[in-house]
Design a binder for this molecule. Structure first.
Ligand code: FPP
Ligand code: MG
Length: 291
C-alpha cells in the first residue's frame, strides 16, 4: 500500500471532522503503534503480515491526520529494543522497511504535490546499510517540503536520543563552541533528533499497554496522553476522533503548562544550526554513497 492515500471519508465522517475542528486541534500527534503481533495471532496470520497490516493502518491514519488538519505526525516504527526480537522477525521488519521506503521514493510526485517532509529519527548507524541509504534518500528528497511533516522513529529509543544529544553538547563545550552557561533545556531540545519539531500535543498508544516504552521521553512532558485498548491494525477513524476529543477535554489544563522558556544565547543558536547542518551533510554523504 502507498504512503499517501486519497481521502475517502463518508458524509458522516466529513461532518464529524467539521464539528471537531470547532474546538482546539492538536498540531502534532505522536503514535505508539502497538499490538501488531497480537492482531496477527487473533486473526491467524503470520507475525509479519500483522506488521504489514500495521503499515497499512499507518497510511490510513496519516490521511485522517491530513483530513483533520494536523500538520505533524511522529510514529514509533522500530525501537532499538526491537533488535532483541528473533532474527526472523527483525529481518522481516527490515524487509518491510526496504519495500516501504522504496515505494516512498517512487511516490516523489505525490509527496511533492502534498508538500510532505519525511524525517527519520533514531540511531541510523544500527541499520543495514541499504536501509540507511533508502532512508537518507527519502529524507533528502523531501527536506524542503513544509506543508506536512512525518517523523518516523526507526531504530530509536529516547534514552539513546538523549545520550546522543548530551554527547553533541559536550563536544560543543569541549571545542569551546559553547560555554557551560549556554547549556539549557532549549539547547538540549535543539540537539535531539527531533530538534526541528515542536513537542507533540497528543500521544496515542494502542493495544492496552500503559507505558511509554522509551519513546519521546523528553518531548512528552506536557503532552496529553491517550491510551486505548484497540490493537493498532484495528485502529479506526472513530478511535482517532475519540483521541482528539480527549485532547480537547485536556486542552485547557495542558495549555497552561507549556512555558515560553528562556531564549537561547546567540552562541547556542549558532551551535544548533551547525548541528543541523552536520546531520544533513551526513545524510547527503550516505545518500551519495554507492553500495
Ligand atoms: C508494535 O507491535 C509494532 C512494531 C514493533 C512495528 C511497527 C511497525 C509498523 C506499523 C510498520 C511501519 C513500517 C514502516 C516502514 C514505517 P508489536 O510487534 O509489539 O505487537 P504486540 O504488542 O502485539 O506484540
Ligand atoms: Mg508490543
Amino acid at each position: 500500500m502507498s504512503w499517501i492515500r486519497e481521502s475517502s471519508l463518508s458524509w458522516l465522517q466529513s461532518f464529524c471532522i467539521k464539528v471537531i475542528k470547532c474546538g482546539p486541534m492538536p498540531k502534532h500527534i505522536a503514535f505508539i503503534m502497538d499490538g501488531n503481533r497480537r492482531f496477527a495471532q487473533k486473526n491467524h496470520i503470520k507475525k509479519i503480515d500483522g506488521h504489514t497490516k500495521g503499515f497499512d493502518k499507518l497510511a490510513e491514519t496519516l490521511q485522517w491526520c491530513l483530513d483533520l488538519g494536523v500538520p505533524e505526525v511522529t510514529v514509533y516504527a522500530f525501537s532499538i529494543e526491537n533488535f532483541k526480537r528473533s532474527a526472523e522477525e527483525v529481518d522481516a521488519l527490515m524487509q518491510l522497511a526496504r519495500e516501504k521506503f522504496q515505494r516512498l521514493l517512487s511516490e516523489k510526485d505525490k509527496l511533492m504535490e502534498h508538500g510532505v517532509c519525511i524525517r527519520v529519527i533514531g540511531n541510523l548507524s544500527l541499520l543495514p546499510p541499504d536501509v540507511h541509504k533508502l532512508i537518507a534518500d527519502a529524507v533528502i528528497m523531501t527536506r524542503d517540503n513544509s506543508k506536512a511533516f512525518l517523523n518516523v522513529a526507526f531504530s530509536y529509543t529516547a534514552r539513546d536520543e538523549i545520550t546522543a544529544a548530551v554527547r553533541t553538547v559536550a563536544s560543543g563545550v569541549g571545542s569551546k563552541a559553547l560555554s557551560l552557561d549556554d547549556v539549557d533545556e532549549a539547547l538540549i531540545s535543539g540537539c535531539l533528533y527531533t530538534g526541528c519539531s515542536p513537542d507533540p500535543d497528543l500521544l496515542i498508544r494502542t493495544s492496552g499497554e500503559v507505558r511509554f516504552s522509551d519513546f519521546l521521553l523528553w518531548q512528552i512532558c506536557c503532552s496529553c496522553i491517550y491510551f486505548t485498548d484497540v490493537l493498532w491494525p484495528d485502529f479506526s477513524f472513530w478511535h482517532m476522533l475519540a483521541a482528539v476529543l480527549y485532547y480537547q477535554r485536556c486542552h485547557a489544563q495542558l495549555s497552561g503548562l507549556v512555558g515560553a522558556g528562556r531564549p537561547c544565547s546567540p552562541r547556542a543558536v549558532l551551535f544548533r544550526e551547525h548541528v543541523r547542518g552536520e546531520r544533513v551533510s551526513a545524510l547527503e554523504e550516505v545518500s551519495r554513497a554507492s553500495l
